[in-house]
Ligand binder design. Structure first.
Ligand code: AMP
Length: 355
């Protein structure tokens, strides 16, 4: 099958690495001929009708694919659907969707401009976070308001952009669930992941999470299943939650393979990338069971000493072929171990190396 992927970043690259053994070919539609995915397929422009017409099925690896994506369904199937893409690329529509299907969210209000922000703050209270409705990721376009002292700066930063204000959740931990659904409606779920962010960017993920009674997993799977079914979803869907006690409050979802699922390449029987490709090409899903303990560390801004990294037993290195730049995700390392003691030691070593 020839798969067209909108976007050619590291997610595209890892989709290609998973799909080639299944006999598929890839065309990545990206403006940069040297994008990370160029190592695993052709790269072309979305404005090339002949290259688009070559593809049997389409998917996307980032949400801001723009208007060009609207034409895709008239050429071949697009998975996940445009509806899934539209909902998850607008924080207001996304939160409205969660509420509509019964998934808890932080309190939120849409606003445009200082006057509406003032009203929203009076309804939600401090502390809160203003986020741009669209084009925000990795904490970009977000402004934290701890008290009235932050109001003027936040109002100035938001300008007249369409935003939402949401209450800042005092969470115990952040977790995510990576879920898969086939064209026939079969759903599978990976073990839960615990995520650690700094400056709004994911630093490291650990799976499985501590959850003695299994209650958190049951709740997360229930919510994910609701979202998958309501969207008639095909492919991998990631949902990020704040955990407060035993309760889960949804932060956001991503209609694609997700950074908090990179550990599945080594840490699960069948990776999120392979299962996404299987789902969109109408193949049966592979097992989502985890293998031992996994921890994934993002390599952000610079790549540490590789010899040191790889000398930690159980470590696997993934580099994305990107030029170093501050704040840029250049690669990740995954530590996978069967026994807890080796895992604990490895996590400590890698934390020290990656920083
Ligand atoms: P986001 O881009 O919405 O995923 O936000 C990035 C990170 O900022 C999250 O993973 C949290 O660590 C933090 N954050 C975002 N929204 C909230 C919130 N409502 N309450 C507490 N922390 C938040």
């Amino acid at each position: 099958v020839k798969i067209g992927v909108l976007g050619g970043g590291q997610l595209g690259r890892m989709l290609g690495l998973a799909g080639i053994p299944l006999g598929h070919e890839f065309i990545f539609f990206d403006d940069s001929p040297t994008c990370p995915a160029s190592a695993v397929g052709d790269v072309d422009s979305l404005s090339s009708p002949t290259r688009l017409a070559e593809c049997d099925v389409f998917t996307y690896e980032f949400e801001n694919v723009g208007e060009a994506a609207r034409r895709i369904p008239s050429i071949a199937s697009l998975f996940p659907s445009l509806r899934s893409l539209d909902i998850s690329s607008d924080r207001l529509l996304e939160k409205d969707f969660f509420v509509e299907i019964g998934i808890p969210t932080p309190k939120y209000r849409p606003f445009v401009g200082g006057q509406e922000l003032s009203k929203a703050v009076s309804e939600i209270g401090y502390p809160c976070i203003a986020k741009s409705r669209r084009l925000g990721y990795d904490g970009k376009g977000q402004f934290s308001l701890s008290s009235v002292d932050d109001f003027a700066a936040a109002a100035a930063a938001c300008g007249e952009a369409p935003m939402i204000l949401e209450s800042r959740v005092d969470f115990d931990r952040e977790i995510s669930i990576i879920a898969a659904r086939t064209q026939q409606g079969e759903c599978r779920f990976y073990p839960l992941v615990e995520n650690h962010h700094k400056d709004g960017i994911l630093r490291f993920s650990v799976s499985p999470v501590s959850d003695e009674s299994g209650a958190v997993r049951e709740r997360a799977e229930g919510y994910a299943r609701l979202a998958l079914e309501k969207l008639d979803y095909v492919g991998i869907l990631a949902i990020e939650f704040f955990q407060v006690g035993d309760e889960l409050v949804a932060n956001e979802m991503a209609p694609r393979v997700h950074n908090s699922g990179h550990w599945t390449i080594e840490g699960a029987e069948c990776s999120q990338f392979e299962n996404h490709i299987r789902a969109i090409t109408d193949m049966p899903l592979g097992a989502t069971v985890g293998r031992g303990h996994s921890a994934m560390f993002n390599l952000i801004g610079s790549v540490p000493n590789i010899e040191q990294l790889l000398s930690v037993p159980g470590t696997h290195l993934h580099l994305y072929g990107k030029e170093p730049r501050p704040g840029r995700k250049l690669g990740h390392v995954t530590l996978r171990c069967d026994d807890n003691a080796t895992f604990g030691k490895g996590v400590a070593l890698l934390s020290a190396i990656v920083g």
